[in-house]
Ligand binder design. Structure first.
Ligand code: HEC
Length: 121
């Protein structure tokens, strides 16, 4: 029994660390959706992104500009802050800002288009 417990205690953190390293960029990220296959909503969202987000975030890499690159944002387990990339959390960050990121004012339509676009990254 004792060996079982210590086995789990050692192996689980190692797995978790491996996963974190994988998410941080060792493993290739899933590909973005090609622009030619965008829905109307996603294409409008891309325009909102160019106007409101592109000056601070690269969409096609995880390298930082003023904020973290957003490639594969919704396909990884956690955003840079550690929060899961759910629509609610992204909406919260976008509308209210977060530390160095300013709040962005968007209409409901712009927001839903933008979220659709963020899912293509
Ligand atoms: C003036 C620069 C700036 C603009 C404009 C900006 N951001 Fe950010 N963003 C940042 C910074 C800086 C951070 C890192 C904040 C932190 O320290 O957690 C960030 C973080 C984020 C995160 C990660 C949140 C997390 O929990 O890790 C997302 C997602 C994001 N921004 C999306 C957007 C979107 C979408 C837009 C356009 C509506 C946008 N940002 C506009 C600077 C900006």
């Amino acid at each position: 029994m004792r060996t079982r417990i210590s086995f789990a205690a050692y192996v689980l953190p190692i797995c978790a660390a491996g996963l974190a390293v994988g998410l941080a960029g060792c493993r290739p990220l899933p590909p973005s959706k090609p622009e030619s296959q965008f829905t109307v909503e996603e294409a409008r969202g891309a325009q909102v992104y160019r106007q409101k987000c592109a000056k601070c975030h690269y969409p096609t890499t995880t390298h930082p500009l003023n904020g973290p690159g957003l490639q594969a944002l919704t396909k990884v387990k956690a955003m840079p802050s550690g929060a899961p990339p759910t629509d609610e959390r992204m909406t919260q960050v976008i509308l209210h800002g977060r530390s160095m990121m300013p709040a962005t004012q968007l209409t409901d339509d712009q927001l839903s288009d933008l979220l659709a676009y963020l899912h293509t990254l």
